[in-house]
Ligand binder design. Sequence first.
Ligand SMILES: Cc1cc2nc3c(=O)[nH]c(=O)nc-3n(C[C@H](O)[C@H](O)[C@H](O)COP(=O)(O)OP(=O)(O)OC[C@H]3O[C@@H](n4cnc5c(N)ncnc54)[C@H](O)[C@@H]3O)c2cc1C
Length: 453
Amino acid sequence: MAGSSPDVLIIGAGAAGLAAAAELARAGRSVLVLEARERIGGRVWTRHVDGLPVPVELGAEFIHGRPAATFSLLRKAGAAAVAAPFVRWSVRRGELQLQRDDLFAQVRKALRGQAGALGKKDVSFGTLLARGLRGLSADARAFARMRVQGYEAADPARASARAIVEEWGGEGPGEEGHFRPAGGYGALLDSLAGGHGAGLRLRTVVRAVRWKRGAVEVEGTSRGEPFRAQAARAIVTLPLGVLQRAPGAPDAVRFTPALEEKRRALKGLACGAVIKAALLFRTAFWEELDGARYRDAAFFHSPAAAFPTFWTALPARAPLLIAWAGGPNALRLSGAAAPRIVRQAVASLESIFGKRAGIGARLDAAWLHDWQKDPFARGAYSYVAVGGHGARAALAAPVADTLFFAGEATDFEGEHATVAGALQSGARAARQVLGACRTLARPTPYARPPGTG
Ligand SMILES: Cc1cc2nc3c(=O)[nH]c(=O)nc-3n(C[C@H](O)[C@H](O)[C@H](O)COP(=O)(O)OP(=O)(O)OC[C@H]3O[C@@H](n4cnc5c(N)ncnc54)[C@H](O)[C@@H]3O)c2cc1C
Protein backbone atom coordinates (compact mmCIF):
# COMPACT_ATOMS: atom_id res chain seq x y z
CA MET A 1 0.00 0.00 0.00
CA ALA A 2 1.40 3.38 -1.05
CA GLY A 3 1.43 6.04 1.68
CA SER A 4 2.53 9.61 2.34
CA SER A 5 2.60 12.24 5.12
CA PRO A 6 3.07 15.87 4.10
CA ASP A 7 2.08 18.89 6.27
CA VAL A 8 -1.14 19.42 4.31
CA LEU A 9 -3.21 17.18 2.05
CA ILE A 10 -5.32 18.80 -0.62
CA ILE A 11 -8.16 16.83 -2.16
CA GLY A 12 -8.74 17.90 -5.78
CA ALA A 13 -6.50 19.57 -8.37
CA GLY A 14 -9.01 22.00 -9.84
CA ALA A 15 -8.53 25.77 -9.68
CA ALA A 16 -9.16 25.84 -5.90
CA GLY A 17 -6.80 22.98 -5.04
CA LEU A 18 -4.03 24.29 -7.27
CA ALA A 19 -4.33 27.82 -5.88
CA ALA A 20 -4.19 26.50 -2.31
CA ALA A 21 -1.19 24.28 -3.10
CA ALA A 22 0.75 27.15 -4.67
CA GLU A 23 0.11 29.44 -1.67
CA LEU A 24 1.09 26.80 0.91
CA ALA A 25 4.17 25.64 -0.98
CA ARG A 26 5.35 29.25 -1.30
CA ALA A 27 4.97 29.57 2.49
CA GLY A 28 7.30 26.60 2.93
CA ARG A 29 4.73 23.90 3.78
CA SER A 30 5.00 20.44 2.29
CA VAL A 31 1.84 19.70 0.34
CA LEU A 32 0.40 16.72 -1.48
CA VAL A 33 -2.50 17.22 -3.90
CA LEU A 34 -4.63 14.15 -4.57
CA GLU A 35 -6.56 14.17 -7.83
CA ALA A 36 -8.95 11.50 -9.07
CA ARG A 37 -8.58 12.28 -12.78
CA GLU A 38 -5.53 11.73 -14.94
CA ARG A 39 -5.31 15.47 -15.53
CA ILE A 40 -5.41 18.63 -13.46
CA GLY A 41 -8.03 21.36 -13.94
CA GLY A 42 -11.27 19.66 -12.85
CA ARG A 43 -14.09 21.68 -14.40
CA VAL A 44 -11.53 23.50 -16.52
CA TRP A 45 -10.84 21.24 -19.49
CA THR A 46 -9.22 22.79 -22.53
CA ARG A 47 -8.73 20.91 -25.79
CA HIS A 48 -6.67 22.06 -28.74
CA VAL A 49 -7.79 21.13 -32.23
CA ASP A 50 -5.38 21.16 -35.16
CA GLY A 51 -6.07 24.09 -37.46
CA LEU A 52 -8.46 25.84 -35.07
CA PRO A 53 -7.17 29.26 -33.91
CA VAL A 54 -8.96 29.05 -30.54
CA PRO A 55 -9.02 26.32 -27.90
CA VAL A 56 -12.17 24.30 -27.31
CA GLU A 57 -13.24 24.72 -23.69
CA LEU A 58 -15.39 21.84 -22.45
CA GLY A 59 -15.78 23.53 -19.06
CA ALA A 60 -15.02 27.12 -18.03
CA GLU A 61 -14.34 29.55 -20.87
CA PHE A 62 -15.05 33.15 -19.82
CA ILE A 63 -13.71 35.49 -17.19
CA HIS A 64 -16.75 37.43 -15.98
CA GLY A 65 -15.85 41.02 -15.18
CA ARG A 66 -12.39 41.73 -13.79
CA PRO A 67 -11.90 39.43 -10.80
CA ALA A 68 -8.61 40.12 -9.03
CA ALA A 69 -7.76 36.42 -8.52
CA THR A 70 -7.86 35.62 -12.24
CA PHE A 71 -6.22 38.82 -13.44
CA SER A 72 -3.35 38.47 -10.99
CA LEU A 73 -2.80 34.88 -12.17
CA LEU A 74 -2.87 36.05 -15.78
CA ARG A 75 -0.20 38.63 -14.96
CA LYS A 76 2.02 36.05 -13.25
CA ALA A 77 1.60 33.68 -16.21
CA GLY A 78 2.35 36.50 -18.68
CA ALA A 79 -0.96 35.77 -20.42
CA ALA A 80 -3.50 38.23 -21.81
CA ALA A 81 -7.24 38.46 -21.29
CA VAL A 82 -9.03 38.75 -24.62
CA ALA A 83 -12.18 40.88 -24.44
CA ALA A 84 -15.19 39.20 -26.00
CA PRO A 85 -17.81 41.34 -27.72
CA PHE A 86 -21.41 41.44 -26.54
CA VAL A 87 -23.52 41.79 -29.69
CA ARG A 88 -26.64 39.64 -29.23
CA TRP A 89 -29.25 38.44 -31.66
CA SER A 90 -32.42 36.89 -30.27
CA VAL A 91 -35.41 35.10 -31.71
CA ARG A 92 -38.35 37.25 -30.64
CA ARG A 93 -41.86 36.64 -31.87
CA GLY A 94 -40.49 34.22 -34.48
CA GLU A 95 -37.91 36.63 -35.88
CA LEU A 96 -34.15 36.90 -35.35
CA GLN A 97 -33.58 40.45 -34.09
CA LEU A 98 -30.61 42.43 -32.89
CA GLN A 99 -31.08 42.89 -29.14
CA ARG A 100 -30.72 46.62 -28.66
CA ASP A 101 -32.46 47.06 -25.31
CA ASP A 102 -30.60 46.33 -22.09
CA LEU A 103 -33.08 43.86 -20.62
CA PHE A 104 -30.71 43.05 -17.76
CA ALA A 105 -30.72 46.68 -16.65
CA GLN A 106 -34.54 46.54 -16.52
CA VAL A 107 -34.46 43.32 -14.49
CA ARG A 108 -31.91 44.74 -12.05
CA LYS A 109 -33.98 47.86 -11.52
CA ALA A 110 -37.13 45.82 -10.81
CA LEU A 111 -35.25 43.53 -8.41
CA ARG A 112 -33.84 46.39 -6.35
CA GLY A 113 -37.33 47.06 -5.03
CA GLN A 114 -37.56 43.50 -3.67
CA ALA A 115 -34.56 43.37 -1.35
CA GLY A 116 -36.35 44.42 1.86
CA ALA A 117 -39.34 42.10 1.46
CA LEU A 118 -37.19 39.03 0.79
CA GLY A 119 -34.97 39.59 3.81
CA LYS A 120 -37.77 38.17 5.95
CA LYS A 121 -38.99 35.23 3.91
CA ASP A 122 -37.16 33.74 0.98
CA VAL A 123 -39.09 32.29 -1.95
CA SER A 124 -37.97 30.68 -5.19
CA PHE A 125 -36.99 32.95 -8.06
CA GLY A 126 -39.77 31.30 -10.10
CA THR A 127 -42.33 32.36 -7.47
CA LEU A 128 -40.96 35.90 -7.42
CA LEU A 129 -41.30 36.16 -11.20
CA ALA A 130 -44.80 34.66 -11.16
CA ARG A 131 -45.91 37.22 -8.54
CA GLY A 132 -45.01 39.88 -11.03
CA LEU A 133 -42.37 42.54 -10.64
CA ARG A 134 -43.47 46.10 -11.03
CA GLY A 135 -42.25 47.73 -14.23
CA LEU A 136 -40.96 44.53 -15.81
CA SER A 137 -41.93 44.01 -19.45
CA ALA A 138 -42.79 40.53 -20.77
CA ASP A 139 -39.49 40.49 -22.69
CA ALA A 140 -37.51 41.40 -19.57
CA ARG A 141 -39.35 38.74 -17.56
CA ALA A 142 -38.50 36.10 -20.21
CA PHE A 143 -34.90 37.32 -20.16
CA ALA A 144 -34.73 37.00 -16.36
CA ARG A 145 -35.99 33.42 -16.53
CA MET A 146 -33.55 32.57 -19.33
CA ARG A 147 -30.67 34.13 -17.41
CA VAL A 148 -31.37 32.31 -14.16
CA GLN A 149 -31.45 29.02 -16.08
CA GLY A 150 -28.70 29.76 -18.57
CA TYR A 151 -26.22 31.85 -16.61
CA GLU A 152 -26.81 30.65 -13.05
CA ALA A 153 -27.48 27.09 -14.37
CA ALA A 154 -30.31 27.07 -11.83
CA ASP A 155 -33.82 25.69 -11.65
CA PRO A 156 -36.05 28.75 -11.05
CA ALA A 157 -38.27 26.57 -8.85
CA ARG A 158 -35.34 25.90 -6.47
CA ALA A 159 -33.15 29.00 -6.75
CA SER A 160 -33.27 31.48 -3.85
CA ALA A 161 -34.90 34.74 -4.94
CA ARG A 162 -33.09 36.47 -2.08
CA ALA A 163 -29.68 35.37 -3.37
CA ILE A 164 -30.48 36.45 -6.93
CA VAL A 165 -31.87 39.78 -5.81
CA GLU A 166 -28.67 40.38 -3.81
CA GLU A 167 -26.47 39.37 -6.72
CA TRP A 168 -28.26 41.01 -9.64
CA GLY A 169 -29.91 43.88 -7.82
CA GLY A 170 -26.74 45.23 -6.21
CA GLU A 171 -25.43 48.66 -7.03
CA GLY A 172 -22.51 47.26 -9.06
CA PRO A 173 -21.88 48.16 -12.68
CA GLY A 174 -23.95 45.27 -14.13
CA GLU A 175 -22.57 43.60 -17.23
CA GLU A 176 -18.89 44.44 -16.81
CA GLY A 177 -17.77 42.70 -19.96
CA HIS A 178 -16.31 39.30 -20.32
CA PHE A 179 -12.94 37.99 -21.42
CA ARG A 180 -11.20 34.75 -22.28
CA PRO A 181 -7.70 33.84 -21.13
CA ALA A 182 -5.55 33.88 -24.29
CA GLY A 183 -4.52 30.30 -25.02
CA GLY A 184 -7.31 28.92 -22.83
CA TYR A 185 -7.94 28.28 -19.15
CA GLY A 186 -5.91 25.05 -19.28
CA ALA A 187 -2.61 26.89 -19.82
CA LEU A 188 -3.47 29.29 -17.01
CA LEU A 189 -3.99 26.47 -14.52
CA ASP A 190 -0.85 24.69 -15.80
CA SER A 191 1.06 27.83 -14.86
CA LEU A 192 -0.33 27.55 -11.33
CA ALA A 193 0.64 23.89 -11.00
CA GLY A 194 4.34 24.09 -11.74
CA GLY A 195 7.49 25.37 -10.11
CA HIS A 196 6.63 25.63 -6.41
CA GLY A 197 7.38 22.10 -5.25
CA ALA A 198 3.94 20.91 -4.12
CA GLY A 199 3.46 17.19 -4.74
CA LEU A 200 0.68 16.03 -7.07
CA ARG A 201 -0.73 12.54 -7.39
CA LEU A 202 -3.07 12.02 -10.34
CA ARG A 203 -5.46 9.05 -10.73
CA THR A 204 -5.86 9.04 -6.96
CA VAL A 205 -9.47 8.68 -5.87
CA VAL A 206 -10.18 9.58 -2.25
CA ARG A 207 -12.98 7.45 -0.82
CA ALA A 208 -12.68 8.05 2.93
CA VAL A 209 -11.46 10.85 5.18
CA ARG A 210 -10.93 9.99 8.85
CA TRP A 211 -10.09 12.90 11.06
CA LYS A 212 -9.68 14.17 14.61
CA ARG A 213 -8.30 17.50 15.78
CA GLY A 214 -4.79 17.84 14.35
CA ALA A 215 -4.80 14.61 12.30
CA VAL A 216 -6.33 13.54 8.99
CA GLU A 217 -6.03 10.24 7.20
CA VAL A 218 -7.39 9.74 3.71
CA GLU A 219 -7.90 6.45 2.02
CA GLY A 220 -8.71 5.43 -1.52
CA THR A 221 -6.99 4.10 -4.58
CA SER A 222 -4.05 5.47 -6.51
CA ARG A 223 -3.54 4.15 -10.04
CA GLY A 224 -5.72 1.21 -9.12
CA GLU A 225 -3.81 0.30 -5.94
CA PRO A 226 -4.97 0.92 -2.35
CA PHE A 227 -3.67 4.24 -1.10
CA ARG A 228 -3.43 6.02 2.23
CA ALA A 229 -1.97 9.37 3.29
CA GLN A 230 -1.82 11.32 6.56
CA ALA A 231 -1.31 14.94 7.48
CA ALA A 232 -2.06 17.32 10.33
CA ARG A 233 -4.51 19.21 8.10
CA ALA A 234 -6.41 18.81 4.84
CA ILE A 235 -8.06 21.17 2.40
CA VAL A 236 -11.15 19.63 0.83
CA THR A 237 -11.95 21.06 -2.62
CA LEU A 238 -14.43 18.38 -3.66
CA PRO A 239 -17.18 19.80 -5.89
CA LEU A 240 -20.51 20.51 -4.21
CA GLY A 241 -22.16 17.73 -6.22
CA VAL A 242 -19.66 15.19 -4.83
CA LEU A 243 -20.06 16.46 -1.24
CA GLN A 244 -23.84 16.13 -1.62
CA ARG A 245 -23.76 12.47 -2.72
CA ALA A 246 -25.77 10.18 -0.46
CA PRO A 247 -23.41 8.44 2.02
CA GLY A 248 -23.90 5.00 0.46
CA ALA A 249 -23.42 6.10 -3.17
CA PRO A 250 -20.44 4.42 -4.91
CA ASP A 251 -18.82 7.78 -5.71
CA ALA A 252 -19.42 9.37 -2.29
CA VAL A 253 -16.49 10.39 -0.07
CA ARG A 254 -17.09 9.17 3.49
CA PHE A 255 -16.04 11.45 6.36
CA THR A 256 -15.54 9.90 9.81
CA PRO A 257 -16.77 11.46 12.04
CA ALA A 258 -19.49 12.67 9.64
CA LEU A 259 -19.49 16.41 8.91
CA GLU A 260 -22.58 17.28 10.91
CA GLU A 261 -21.58 20.95 10.89
CA LYS A 262 -21.90 21.00 7.08
CA ARG A 263 -25.32 19.40 6.81
CA ARG A 264 -27.31 22.65 6.70
CA ALA A 265 -24.89 24.32 4.33
CA LEU A 266 -25.07 21.39 1.91
CA LYS A 267 -28.87 21.60 1.98
CA GLY A 268 -28.81 25.33 1.33
CA LEU A 269 -26.88 25.00 -1.92
CA ALA A 270 -27.80 23.29 -5.17
CA CYS A 271 -25.65 22.08 -7.99
CA GLY A 272 -26.50 23.73 -11.29
CA ALA A 273 -26.61 21.75 -14.52
CA VAL A 274 -25.04 22.69 -17.87
CA ILE A 275 -24.71 20.94 -21.22
CA LYS A 276 -22.21 22.74 -23.40
CA ALA A 277 -21.41 21.45 -26.89
CA ALA A 278 -18.71 22.80 -29.19
CA LEU A 279 -19.78 22.57 -32.83
CA LEU A 280 -17.13 22.84 -35.55
CA PHE A 281 -18.49 23.68 -39.01
CA ARG A 282 -16.81 23.63 -42.41
CA THR A 283 -17.25 27.38 -42.58
CA ALA A 284 -18.62 30.10 -40.33
CA PHE A 285 -21.87 29.92 -42.33
CA TRP A 286 -23.74 32.42 -40.13
CA GLU A 287 -21.30 35.14 -41.17
CA GLU A 288 -22.59 34.90 -44.74
CA LEU A 289 -26.33 34.67 -44.12
CA ASP A 290 -28.83 37.50 -44.80
CA GLY A 291 -26.32 39.88 -46.35
CA ALA A 292 -23.70 39.15 -43.63
CA ARG A 293 -25.75 40.96 -40.96
CA TYR A 294 -24.75 38.42 -38.27
CA ARG A 295 -21.03 38.70 -39.03
CA ASP A 296 -20.26 40.46 -35.74
CA ALA A 297 -22.70 38.51 -33.61
CA ALA A 298 -21.25 37.21 -30.35
CA PHE A 299 -24.41 35.51 -29.04
CA PHE A 300 -27.54 34.01 -30.56
CA HIS A 301 -30.58 33.23 -28.40
CA SER A 302 -33.60 31.08 -29.13
CA PRO A 303 -35.40 31.06 -25.77
CA ALA A 304 -37.77 28.16 -26.55
CA ALA A 305 -35.13 25.81 -28.01
CA ALA A 306 -33.45 22.86 -26.24
CA PHE A 307 -30.22 24.90 -26.45
CA PRO A 308 -31.40 28.49 -25.95
CA THR A 309 -27.93 30.07 -26.26
CA PHE A 310 -25.07 29.91 -28.75
CA TRP A 311 -21.91 31.95 -28.98
CA THR A 312 -19.21 32.49 -31.52
CA ALA A 313 -15.43 32.62 -30.98
CA LEU A 314 -15.26 36.39 -31.59
CA PRO A 315 -13.02 38.33 -31.61
CA ALA A 316 -11.31 35.30 -33.23
CA ARG A 317 -12.85 34.33 -36.54
CA ALA A 318 -13.41 30.56 -36.42
CA PRO A 319 -16.09 28.19 -37.74
CA LEU A 320 -16.98 27.28 -34.15
CA LEU A 321 -20.26 27.73 -32.31
CA ILE A 322 -20.77 26.85 -28.67
CA ALA A 323 -24.22 25.53 -27.75
CA TRP A 324 -25.27 26.12 -24.15
CA ALA A 325 -28.18 24.78 -22.13
CA GLY A 326 -28.42 25.43 -18.39
CA GLY A 327 -30.73 24.45 -15.52
CA PRO A 328 -33.80 22.38 -16.42
CA ASN A 329 -32.87 22.41 -20.14
CA ALA A 330 -29.53 20.79 -19.29
CA LEU A 331 -31.15 18.22 -17.01
CA ARG A 332 -33.45 17.18 -19.86
CA LEU A 333 -30.43 16.58 -22.12
CA SER A 334 -28.11 15.08 -19.51
CA GLY A 335 -27.61 11.33 -19.81
CA ALA A 336 -28.51 11.18 -23.51
CA ALA A 337 -25.95 9.81 -25.97
CA ALA A 338 -23.67 12.48 -27.46
CA PRO A 339 -25.04 12.16 -31.06
CA ARG A 340 -28.55 12.82 -29.75
CA ILE A 341 -27.40 15.89 -27.86
CA VAL A 342 -25.64 17.18 -30.96
CA ARG A 343 -28.81 16.65 -33.02
CA GLN A 344 -30.69 18.76 -30.47
CA ALA A 345 -28.05 21.47 -30.80
CA VAL A 346 -28.40 21.45 -34.58
CA ALA A 347 -32.21 21.60 -34.29
CA SER A 348 -31.85 24.56 -31.90
CA LEU A 349 -29.63 26.34 -34.43
CA GLU A 350 -32.25 25.68 -37.09
CA SER A 351 -34.76 27.43 -34.86
CA ILE A 352 -32.52 30.50 -35.23
CA PHE A 353 -31.41 30.36 -38.87
CA GLY A 354 -34.07 28.09 -40.39
CA LYS A 355 -33.48 24.88 -42.30
CA ARG A 356 -32.31 26.81 -45.37
CA ALA A 357 -28.85 27.04 -43.88
CA GLY A 358 -28.33 23.23 -44.17
CA ILE A 359 -26.69 23.32 -40.76
CA GLY A 360 -26.50 19.56 -40.12
CA ALA A 361 -24.66 18.94 -43.40
CA ARG A 362 -22.14 21.66 -42.60
CA LEU A 363 -21.15 20.20 -39.23
CA ASP A 364 -17.65 18.72 -39.21
CA ALA A 365 -17.07 17.72 -35.58
CA ALA A 366 -18.54 18.21 -32.11
CA TRP A 367 -17.25 17.87 -28.56
CA LEU A 368 -19.12 17.81 -25.29
CA HIS A 369 -18.84 16.54 -21.74
CA ASP A 370 -21.77 15.65 -19.48
CA TRP A 371 -20.62 17.16 -16.15
CA GLN A 372 -23.77 15.97 -14.39
CA LYS A 373 -22.84 12.33 -15.03
CA ASP A 374 -19.16 12.86 -14.25
CA PRO A 375 -18.52 11.13 -10.89
CA PHE A 376 -15.84 13.71 -10.00
CA ALA A 377 -18.02 16.76 -10.68
CA ARG A 378 -21.73 15.80 -10.39
CA GLY A 379 -22.87 19.08 -11.85
CA ALA A 380 -21.59 22.31 -13.38
CA TYR A 381 -21.52 24.94 -10.62
CA SER A 382 -23.40 25.88 -7.47
CA TYR A 383 -26.30 28.19 -6.72
CA VAL A 384 -28.11 29.11 -3.51
CA ALA A 385 -31.37 27.23 -2.94
CA VAL A 386 -34.45 28.76 -1.26
CA GLY A 387 -33.60 29.50 2.38
CA GLY A 388 -29.87 28.94 1.80
CA HIS A 389 -28.72 32.39 2.90
CA GLY A 390 -25.22 32.11 4.42
CA ALA A 391 -24.69 28.55 3.17
CA ARG A 392 -21.52 29.37 1.20
CA ALA A 393 -19.78 30.84 4.26
CA ALA A 394 -20.99 27.92 6.39
CA LEU A 395 -19.59 25.43 3.88
CA ALA A 396 -16.28 27.33 3.86
CA ALA A 397 -15.86 27.34 7.66
CA PRO A 398 -12.94 25.20 8.91
CA VAL A 399 -13.71 22.27 11.20
CA ALA A 400 -11.58 21.86 14.34
CA ASP A 401 -8.67 23.75 12.73
CA THR A 402 -8.04 20.50 10.86
CA LEU A 403 -10.37 20.28 7.85
CA PHE A 404 -10.49 23.32 5.59
CA PHE A 405 -12.82 23.87 2.64
CA ALA A 406 -12.31 25.50 -0.74
CA GLY A 407 -13.93 25.34 -4.17
CA GLU A 408 -16.29 27.58 -6.10
CA ALA A 409 -19.27 26.70 -3.90
CA THR A 410 -17.43 27.94 -0.79
CA ASP A 411 -16.64 31.39 -2.17
CA PHE A 412 -18.64 34.00 -0.27
CA GLU A 413 -16.75 36.99 -1.61
CA GLY A 414 -18.77 37.54 -4.74
CA GLU A 415 -17.14 35.20 -7.27
CA HIS A 416 -18.91 31.89 -6.49
CA ALA A 417 -19.63 29.48 -9.36
CA THR A 418 -16.61 30.64 -11.34
CA VAL A 419 -12.92 29.91 -11.77
CA ALA A 420 -12.18 33.21 -10.03
CA GLY A 421 -14.23 32.07 -7.03
CA ALA A 422 -12.42 28.74 -6.95
CA LEU A 423 -9.02 30.45 -7.13
CA GLN A 424 -9.76 32.94 -4.36
CA SER A 425 -11.34 30.27 -2.15
CA GLY A 426 -8.18 28.16 -2.51
CA ALA A 427 -5.99 31.09 -1.48
CA ARG A 428 -8.34 31.83 1.45
CA ALA A 429 -8.24 28.21 2.68
CA ALA A 430 -4.43 28.20 2.43
CA ARG A 431 -4.27 31.36 4.57
CA GLN A 432 -6.60 29.74 7.10
CA VAL A 433 -4.28 26.72 7.29
CA LEU A 434 -1.25 28.94 7.77
CA GLY A 435 -3.11 30.90 10.45
CA ALA A 436 -4.02 27.69 12.27
CA CYS A 437 -0.39 26.51 12.13
CA ARG A 438 0.78 29.83 13.65
CA THR A 439 -1.84 29.74 16.39
CA LEU A 440 -0.78 26.28 17.48
CA ALA A 441 2.94 27.09 17.32
CA ARG A 442 2.60 30.19 19.59
CA PRO A 443 3.59 29.50 23.26
CA THR A 444 0.64 29.78 25.61
CA PRO A 445 0.91 32.55 28.32
CA TYR A 446 0.63 30.19 31.30
CA ALA A 447 3.79 28.39 30.13
CA ARG A 448 5.91 31.44 31.01
CA PRO A 449 8.12 31.07 34.02
CA PRO A 450 6.60 32.68 37.12
CA GLY A 451 7.63 36.26 37.77
CA THR A 452 8.36 37.14 34.11
CA GLY A 453 5.28 39.29 33.68
C1 LIG B 1 -19.68 23.56 -18.66
C2 LIG B 1 -19.11 24.54 -17.67
C3 LIG B 1 -18.88 25.84 -18.07
C4 LIG B 1 -18.35 26.77 -17.19
N1 LIG B 1 -18.10 28.03 -17.61
C5 LIG B 1 -17.46 28.90 -16.81
C6 LIG B 1 -16.99 30.15 -17.32
O1 LIG B 1 -17.18 30.48 -18.50
N2 LIG B 1 -16.33 30.96 -16.45
C7 LIG B 1 -16.07 30.61 -15.15
O2 LIG B 1 -15.43 31.38 -14.43
N3 LIG B 1 -16.50 29.42 -14.65
C8 LIG B 1 -17.17 28.56 -15.46
N4 LIG B 1 -17.54 27.34 -14.99
C9 LIG B 1 -17.34 27.04 -13.56
C10 LIG B 1 -15.87 26.68 -13.26
O3 LIG B 1 -15.44 25.71 -14.16
C11 LIG B 1 -15.79 26.16 -11.83
O4 LIG B 1 -16.38 27.09 -10.94
C12 LIG B 1 -14.34 25.93 -11.35
O5 LIG B 1 -13.55 25.38 -12.36
C13 LIG B 1 -14.40 25.04 -10.13
O6 LIG B 1 -13.11 24.82 -9.61
P1 LIG B 1 -12.98 23.98 -8.25
O7 LIG B 1 -11.55 23.84 -7.97
O8 LIG B 1 -13.88 24.55 -7.23
O9 LIG B 1 -13.63 22.56 -8.61
P2 LIG B 1 -13.12 21.46 -9.65
O10 LIG B 1 -12.50 22.11 -10.83
O11 LIG B 1 -14.27 20.56 -9.91
O12 LIG B 1 -11.98 20.71 -8.85
C14 LIG B 1 -12.26 19.68 -7.92
C15 LIG B 1 -11.32 18.53 -8.22
O13 LIG B 1 -11.61 17.46 -7.31
C16 LIG B 1 -11.44 16.25 -8.02
N5 LIG B 1 -12.16 15.18 -7.33
C17 LIG B 1 -13.49 14.95 -7.28
N6 LIG B 1 -13.76 13.87 -6.55
C18 LIG B 1 -12.57 13.40 -6.09
C19 LIG B 1 -12.18 12.32 -5.26
N7 LIG B 1 -13.08 11.47 -4.74
N8 LIG B 1 -10.86 12.13 -5.01
C20 LIG B 1 -9.92 12.97 -5.51
N9 LIG B 1 -10.23 14.02 -6.31
C21 LIG B 1 -11.54 14.24 -6.58
C22 LIG B 1 -12.01 16.55 -9.39
O14 LIG B 1 -11.57 15.64 -10.36
C23 LIG B 1 -11.51 17.96 -9.63
O15 LIG B 1 -10.29 17.99 -10.33
C24 LIG B 1 -18.06 26.38 -15.86
C25 LIG B 1 -18.29 25.07 -15.46
C26 LIG B 1 -18.81 24.15 -16.35
C27 LIG B 1 -19.04 22.74 -15.90
